[in-house]
Design a protein around this ligand. Structure first.
Ligand SMILES: [Zn+2]
Length: 346
């Protein structure tokens, strides 16, 4: 039987409903949890996020959300549990890390490949640790990440094994492959579109996973459409992996969300015409709650919070339907593909 390993326990994969494959219920860059200005009003935050989930997800047939927040970026098991309990949503937490230049705390940079694998496996099988305390809440998938070279982003330099992947990232990716194979879970990734200038970052991630023996059909290359590089996606798809269309309504690394949406929709049609319907998943990459210290109206990061969940069905789906995409094809992308890739056989 196949299940999703949610923070509240294993649930049958068939009960997933629609699935968002890359979201963040609570999100803060490493260190934000130490700031006087970001102290969390916990009950208000849970209530706020639960209200968004109920009106924007449950109301639209969504049943499952993969919370792709790594442990050093504010991953908060109890927060996920409380939102799940309040709403009935299946919340799947991840283990793994952010890119080396933005995350992977020093403590973990010193660990061996084997130790990192053990950490991931224990998150997935025993429960995650939060603020020095063991919790009973298990992760259900793994995140790996590369890119974002600096506070002012630039393409990644050449690192380990001649790839644009830093040394510790390389070790984390290898560790993730072994943990995924041991537990039988899927891997979803973060790439930075900035790296499109120097390489195909999805291919590089897959090469490392493949060297460790990972089944690439269980891997999703995230942010692959931002903005769409169809040839790079074809390369990734030919290797047997999947691609995630995300940042709907969110102008990350581009000037206009409208232009990005249109370009992504056209690329989606092209890949479906190529025969890749079964290898595409769909998400926003929203920040449901990000208690950061300074927010100005022109902060580009606000875009990750402003986009309304209803946008999927008021704007994005009509755009796809106008290009001939059917309800059945949408079900494949929103339900059946992520269910196949991210569920675990038990
Ligand atoms: Zn994200």
């Amino acid at each position: 039987m196949r299940i999703f390993r949610t923070v509240l326990g294993d649930v049958p994969a068939e009960s997933s409903g629609r699935i968002l494959t890359h979201e963040h219920l609570l999100y803060g860059y490493p260190g934000a949890e130490l700031d006087h200005r970001t102290v969390l009003r916990y009950d208000d935050a849970v209530g706020d996020v639960a209200a968004q989930v109920t009106s924007g997800m449950i109301a639209y047939g969504y049943g499952t959300l993969i919370d792709m927040t790594p442990p050093e970026v504010g991953r908060h098991p109890q927060f996920m549990v409380d939102v799940a309990t309040k709403t009935g949503l299946n919340v799947v937490a991840i283990t793994g890390f952010f890119p080396e230049r933005m995350g992977i705390p020093y403590y973990w940079r010193r660990q061996t490949r084997e130790e990192l694998t053990e950490f991931f496996v224990r998150d997935l099988t025993e429960g995650m640790v939060f603020a020095w305390q063991q919790t009973p809440y298990r992760a259900g998938a793994i995140k790996i990440a590369t890119g974002q070279e600096s506070v002012t982003p630039k393409p990644s330099p050449v690192g380990a094994h001649g790839r644009h992947v830093h040394e510790v990232e390389d070790r984390v990716i290898r560790a993730a492959a072994h943990a995924a194979m041991e537990v039988g879970c899927g891997i979803n990734t973060h790439i930075d579109p900035m790296d499109f200038e120097v390489t195909n970052p999805g291919r590089e991630q897959l090469e490392i996973l493949d060297e460790e023996g990972m089944d690439l059909s269980r891997v999703i290359i995230g942010h692959a459409f931002v903005p769409p590089q169809v040839e790079m996606m074809r390369e990734v798809l030919k290797m047997g992996a999947n691609v995630q269309l995300d940042h709907i309504g969110i102008p990350w690394r581009v000037d206009s969300a409208e232009e990005l949406d249109e370009a992504m929709a056209n690329a989606l049609v092209e890949l479906i015409d190529d025969g890749y319907l079964d290898r595409i998943v769909l998400s926003f990459d929203r920040w449901f709650f990000n208690p950061r210290s300074t927010v100005t109206d022109d902060d580009p990061q606000l875009a990750n919070e402003k986009v309304d969940l209803s946008y999927m069905f008021t704007s994005w789906v009509p755009r796809l339907k106008s290009k001939g995409i059917t309800d059945e094809q949408l079900d494949t992308i929103m339900i059946h593909n992520p269910r196949r890739i991210l569920s675990i056989a038990v």
